[in-house]
Each structure stands twice: as C-alpha cells, then as structure tokens.
Design a protein around this ligand. Structure first.
Ligand SMILES: Nc1nc2c(c(=O)[nH]1)N[C@H]1C(S)=C(S)[C@@H](COP(=O)(O)OP(=O)(O)OC[C@H]3O[C@@H](n4cnc5c(=O)[nH]c(N)nc54)[C@H](O)[C@@H]3O)O[C@H]1N2
Ligand SMILES: Nc1nc2c(c(=O)[nH]1)N[C@H]1C(S)=C(S)[C@@H](COP(=O)(O)OP(=O)(O)OC[C@H]3O[C@@H](n4cnc5c(=O)[nH]c(N)nc54)[C@H](O)[C@@H]3O)O[C@H]1N2
Ligand code: SF4
Ligand SMILES: [Mo]
Length: 673
C-alpha cells in the first residue's frame, strides 16, 4: 500500500509516498503530486523507514543515570517525573523547571504545542529553543525595523529577477528561514526565466556552483558589501527618492553608509571593486531584489549588523511586500494577516536571575543562559524535547557538567544521543511516520500559502508514545488542564488536537480531504504594510545597530590564517542521521576540510586538529578546492569531533540577543599525525 505524507526533518517538508506492507516500510520516494517539492527528496527523507525499524531506537521509558538505568513502565516513569516536577514547584518555584525545545520538536505540531502549554501551565518562564543558537538576529531585526519579530521575508521565486544568498547553501540545507525544496531544479527554472542568482560565500558551495556569480568574500565581511551597496543605491536607485514615504530614519542611515568607501570595502572583503560594481548593476537592472542570509551570517559576530543592512537594502529598493522582491507568507494555518500581532519597539525583558544581562526576547531566554542558570542552582529540572544540547550548545564540557548536575533531566527523543546519556529519565517518542501531523510552526517559511495534513503512516512500535500524550499524562498527574475542555484522552485525541489548528485555517475542509499539499495562493503582498508596520512605515533608525556599524568600521575585517565556517552536510540534520544510512547508501563521517594549499602547507597529514583557546578537535583532514585559503570547515553535530568544544561564551556573546558566536571563529589548524 502507498501512503501520501510529508517529511518532517527539515523546513522543506517534501512530499513523500511511503510503501507499507504489513506495517513494514519497504520504500519511500518523493511525491510527484506535491506542488512544491515535485517528487524531490534527499537521503534523509528516504531513510525514515530505516529510522522507524532501527534496532537502536528508544522503545521503552527508562529511569536512572546511564550506568544504572533501568527500563520502566510508562506509569512508573510518568509518576516519578510528575512527583519530581511537583517537588521542584513547591521547593523552588516554577522557574526551577526549564524546557529546551529544538529541531526534533519543531515539526511535531501536537507535541510541540502540548510541551509549550505544559510549561506555560506550570508558570515557568524558562523556555529555550534552537532559535537563539542560530537565528536570533532575524527576529530581532524584524522587530526593530518592522515592528514584529515574526516577520520572515521570503524569496519571491516566481516574480523576482535577482536572488542574493549571503552565507546560505540551500542546495544542501534546503534553506535557512526560507524553505527551498527541490533546490537545484528550482534555481535552474529561476535562471531560465531570466532570474540571476548571486552567491556570496567564502566557499564555492554547491549552490555557488549553480550561480550566475559567486563572490568569494573574506569571512565576516558581508556587512561591508551590503553597506557599500546601500550607499550606492541611495545615490542611484530610482526607488531611493521615495524612501521617506515608506520609512523613517533615512537621514541617519544616509550619513552612516557614507562611511563605506570603495577602497575600504574592497580591501576588507577581499573582492575587486569591479565585482561590487557588477553586483550594483545587477540590483539596478533587476529593480527589486530578494536577498537571504544563512548561518554563515546568522551565527557570527556580524549577524545583527548584516541582517539590518540586508533589510535596509530591501527597503531602499522598495523590495519588501512587493512583487519582484520579497513577500511575507501569512500562513495557511497561522493566518497572520487576520491577527492582532504584538507590535513592539524591540525593548527586551531582562534575562533570568543568574544572567539578567542576557535579554529575554520573543518569549524565551537565550540558550546561552541555560547552563549559567543550572550552575546557579536556579534550574533543577530540565525537559529536553527533540534536542541534543550537548552537540548544539557552546562550551561542550561546561554543558556536560551542568546537565549531569541536574537533579532531573528528562529527555524525549527517538534515538540515544550524547544528551540521553546524561538523562535521569529517557522517554521514547513516536517517529514522524507514527503520528498524524500538520505543517504548522513553519507555515510562514513556505514558498506558497500552503499546508498539508497527514495521518500516521504506521502504528507506533513497542512502547513509543506521542509527545503530546506524555505532557497530557504529566499534566493529569499534576492536576493541570492541558487538553482543551472538549477533548478527552482516547484514540481520537491526536486528530482532534490537530483539528483545533486546522479549524482556523483558510479552508479546513479541503486541507483535511486532500492527502497531498493544499495551496491557496502564491506570493501575496500588502498585508504587512497595511496591518503590521507602525504607521505603515519601516523603521530604519535602529540606533544601537548604527552605533555598532560605526564601531566596526574603525576595525574592519583583516586577514587571519584560519577561520572556522559552519556548514551543513547533505546526509545529516545537525546531529541526526549520523547512524541512519539511507537505503543502499553510506554513513557520513566527520572531517576537517581545508584548501589544498593549506593542506600542503601542513605537509599533507591524514589527521589535523582545529584549536581555539577553549579546545582542540582532531579529525581526518581533506583537501577541498572550494575553500579560500583562510577558511576551514568542520560541521557541527558530531560526538567526538564536537565543534562545540571549540566555542565558548568567553569568545563573545552578542549583547542584543544573547547569542554565543559560533561562526567565523579564528582557529588554529595543525597537523595531527
Ligand atoms: N542537509 C542538512 N540540511 C539542513 C541542516 C543540516 O544539518 N543538514 N540543518 C538545518 C538547520 S538547523 C539550519 S539552521 C539550516 C542552515 O541553512 P544554511 O545557512 O543555508 O546552511 P549552511 O550550510 O550552514 O550555510 C552556511 C554557509 O555560510 C558560509 N559562510 C561561513 N562564513 C561566512 C561568512 O562570513 N560570510 C558568508 N557570506 N558566508 C559564510 C559557509 O561557507 C556555508 O556555505 O539548514 C537546515 N537544513
Ligand atoms: N558549533 C556549532 N554549533 C551549532 C551549529 C553550528 O553550525 N556550529 N548549528 C546550530 C543549529 S543551526 C541548530 S538548529 C542547533 C540544533 O540543535 P538541536 O535541535 O538540539 O540538535 P539536533 O541534533 O537536531 O537534535 C534533534 C534531536 O531530536 C531528535 N528527534 C528526531 N526526530 C524526533 C521526533 O520526531 N520526536 C522527538 N521528540 N525527537 C526527535 C533527534 O534524535 C535529535 O536527538 O545546533 C546548533 N549548534
Ligand atoms: S529536503 Fe530531505 S530532509 Fe528536508 S524535507 Fe525534503 S526529504 Fe526531508
Ligand atoms: Mo538551525
């Protein structure tokens, strides 16, 4: 039997057709009828059957630290956790209980909603998500310039004529905040329709290989390219003359960008001025522009200023909320255009008790505060929902010590990880093919106003349970009303919980009765300008950022021997799929990549080490001709070769978002044979 469903590993959420025989998944292929992924899948999506049946899966709850851990039945495990939560509440108050919600929960609509509601019902403010590890500059700039942190500009893939990618590699990642399924075919179609793709990246990435132009800039210099571009566009772009009609703060901006002179920018970026002039010409001839950043920018020290100048670029060229530029997807399910959004001037709340200086924004504390809060004894109970903080947070050794010191660490996952190793309780979640679901949380990251509902493809194996069920059970034990009043705990609960979301959608009937993706429209324009922007105007003044840019201009990027670049691997999703090979395929292995001349300079060793003041990682060394000589790649997510051993809060925390800087670190590359 073939069942239509969709992949819930990454934002692209590709359509899948899963062949099931007697509850055994025998094949997974791309769904040709899915209007956005059009039959495309990657190895991860095709290996979900392997994951479903894998021997290493967590199949039963267990309790105790790893060396004395025992299997337990669900009732005992939940009773024990509920007792501990209750004791934490009465002894130390609600903020002693924290939750880390990450990639493995972002696509579990019922589970994610239940987990967040559980924390809210407890009255705890201790919410942490992966957003503050890799993306906080995006909601920050959206809030400062657009008034609401949830505004996500999207590439208008049907009408734009110019796409600029700064530090993003969608051919491998399928997009950072924009979901870009079927990337190769999609970029080729865009080019065949007259669109130009420019990639700005220190590595000649898989995406750069397809691009019309690649600017192989010095790491950390994107903001100079953008500042320079804005200066010239203010002088030469026709839309600049009407800037005062759509934005406030144009004057201070004009004064600030006057400092980006040709010589300074070209030298600092290590790019010929002719290439920058060609970029300017491309923008002038396209008129409007779509430009996106990825982790090469968003996890670096320059994240906020780069994102700010990127927004300025769009606003100066009148490219936001307008055809041919970028649009804002209100979401098929989220219906942002129908809601009163909490418009704000960007003033944060203070951070948690031990670190009030680490700002609380977007309803969560930054992940950089999690370990300090545990160390201070403020958090005694942590619940991890679909995350692997040991390979995601900076300061690996400090993270290990802090997590080990917790009196209760509940980890909800599908496989054993470095984090389940530290848990006091491990709860086995259903995998994505074992649950009904909806494309919900990432609704407004999609290339169309679209959504999909799926039934569970197979029954859960063993004692695996849905995440929503775990929190409903815990809530019951604590006397909290987690489920809506009209929903009871039975076989229908999962679908009923999802129906609550569907009911608010554009067309509930068609969504529930169509097994493939339902699209209501492509790009739509105008709702942000009309409903969200304060007085219909973008705010360019952002004085904290302008001051920051002025300071940076006094000390522009210079040559350093080796900089560590972040990079996704096609077969992995962060630390996921390290041990799950696609059918007929092989596993990914950790490796350090450096340019052929950097490798030769070390004497062509087999092994190399990458070191910072905080740690050293050794792995196989491979020459990679796509890299600049000053750039080194070691992807994150590995157990032994964990790059998080190299990063530390001491290397710098961004003061506006509390993000630890994990991209663009200066490292030392050494032979290790
Ligand atoms: N296959 C796969 N897909 C994934 C993931 C995965 O692990 N594997 N993870 C998912 C997640 S959580 C995320 S956040 C997204 C990330 O999605 P992307 O951001 O698109 O992916 P990255 O590979 O991290 O791309 C970062 C790029 O920045 C470049 N870079 C490094 N430093 C600089 C710099 O200073 N300036 C510029 N211009 N470029 C720089 C790097 O060379 C690299 O090409 O991917 C998602 N998709
Ligand atoms: N130094 C450095 N650090 C980084 C990065 C970097 O580039 N460099 N990248 C960062 C980025 S972009 C991100 S997003 C974070 C990622 O941080 P995390 O999201 O914490 O990392 P993942 O490894 O994706 O962990 C997801 C977990 O969810 C589990 N899981 C999978 N499916 C399910 C499911 O259906 N249900 C449940 N309950 N669990 C499931 C997986 O087994 C896995 O253990 O890490 C970041 N850390
Ligand atoms: S790109 Fe791969 S991992 Fe992402 S949704 Fe598609 S099949 Fe799944
Ligand atoms: Mo991420």
């Amino acid at each position: 039997m073939d069942v239509q469903t969709f992949c819930r590993v990454c934002n692209a959420m590709c359509g899948l057709v899963v062949t099931v025989e007697d509850e055994v998944i025998t094949k997974i292929r791309g769904d040709e009828s899915h209007a956005l992924s059009r039959g495309y899948t990657c190895a991860k999506g095709r290996s979900l059957g392997v994951l479903h049946h894998d021997d290493r899966r967590l199949n039963q709850p267990s309790a105790g630290r790893v060396d004395t851990r025992m299997h337990s039945d669900w009732d005992d495990a939940l009773d024990d956790i509920a007792d501990r939560v209750s004791a934490s509440l009465s002894d130390h108050g609600p903020d002693s209980i924290a939750m880390y919600l990450a990639s493995g929960s972002a696509f579990d609509t019922a589970g994610r909603r239940a987990a967040e509601r559980f924390l809210t019902l407890l009255g705890s403010k201790q919410k942490y998500t992966a957003t503050t590890i890799d993306t906080p500059s995006k909601p920050l700039i959206a809030e400062l310039v657009g008034g609401w942190s949830g505004l996500t500009p999207l590439w208008d893939h049907e009408s734009s004529k110019l796409l600029l990618l700064f530090g993003s590699n969608p051919v491998v990642s399928h997009g950072h905040s924009n979901a870009i399924p079927d990337p190769v075919r999609r970029f080729r179609e865009f080019q065949n329709d007259g669109g130009a793709l420019w990639v700005i990246d220190p590595r000649r990435t898989e995406t750069a290989a397809l691009a019309d132009r690649h600017l192989q800039i010095r790491p950390g210099s994107d903001w100079l390219v953008l500042g320079w571009l804005v200066r010239r566009l203010l002088e030469e772009h026709p839309a600049a003359s009407t800037l005062d009609q759509r934005a406030t703060g144009a004057e201070s901006l004009t004064n600030m960008v006057a400092l980006f002179d040709d010589q300074l920018v070209s030298t600092s970026c290590d790019v010929a001025i002719e290439s920058l002039e060609a970029l300017l010409d491309a923008v002038l001839s396209a008129g409007r522009v779509s430009a996106l950043t990825g982790t090469g920018v968003s996890m670096s020290a320059n994240a906020n200023v780069t994102e700010y100048l990127l927004w300025v670029l769009h606003i100066v060229t009148d490219s936001y909320d307008a055809p041919g530029g970028m649009w804002f997807n209100p979401g098929y399910l989220l219906r942002l255009d129908q809601r009163d959004l909490p418009v704000s001037d960007g003033t944060p709340e203070p951070g948690p008790k031990s670190r009030p200086d680490l700002p609380r924004r977007f309803g969560e504390y930054p992940c950089s505060a999690l370990v300090p809060e545990i160390e201070a004894g403020n958090i005694t109970t942590l619940i991890v929902v679909g995350g692997n903080p040991v390979t995601a947070l900076p300061d690996r050794d400090r993270t290990l010590a802090a997590l080990s010191s917790l009196s209760t660490l509940v980890v909800i996952d599908v496989l054993p990880t470095e984090t389940t190793d530290l848990a006091t309780h491990v709860l086995p979640a259903v995998d994505q093919l074992e649950r009904a679901d909806l494309t919900w949380l990432l609704d407004s990251f999609q290339l169309a106003v679209a959504a999909q509902f799926t039934e569970a493809v197979v029954q859960p194996l063993h004692e695996r349970r849905p995440v929503w069920w775990m929190f409903a059970q815990l809530a019951n034990r604590l006397g909290l009303d987690l489920l809506p009043r009209d929903i009871e705990l039975n076989d229908q609960t999962e679908t009923q919980l999802l129906m609550k979301v569907v009911d608010r959608s554009i067309d509930p009937q068609s969504l529930m009765s169509t097994p493939s993706l339902t699209i209501s429209s492509g790009a739509i324009y105008g709702w942000v300008t009309a409903n969200v922007l304060p007085s219909g105007m973008w705010r360019l003044e952002a004085s904290a950022l302008q001051t920051n840019i002025a300071e940076r201009l006094e000390n522009p990027p210079q040559h350093v021997p080796s900089v560590l670049l972040p990079s996704r691997r096609l077969k992995l999703m962060n630390s996921q799929f390290r041990e799950i090979a696609p059918p007929g395929g092989t596993l990914e292995q950790p490796a350090i990549y450096a340019s052929p001349s950097a490798v030769a300079a070390l004497g062509n060793p087999q092994l190399a080490s990458v070191a910072t003041a905080f740690g050293t990682i050794t792995a196989k060394l491979l020459a990679d001709e796509t890299l600049r000589d000053d750039s080194v790649v070691l992807s994150h997510g590995w157990g032994d070769a964990n790059v998080c051993a190299l990063t530390s809060a001491a290397t710098g925390i961004d003061s506006l978002t509390g993000m630890v800087l994990q991209s663009g670190l200066e490292v030392e590359l050494r032979a290790a044979d």
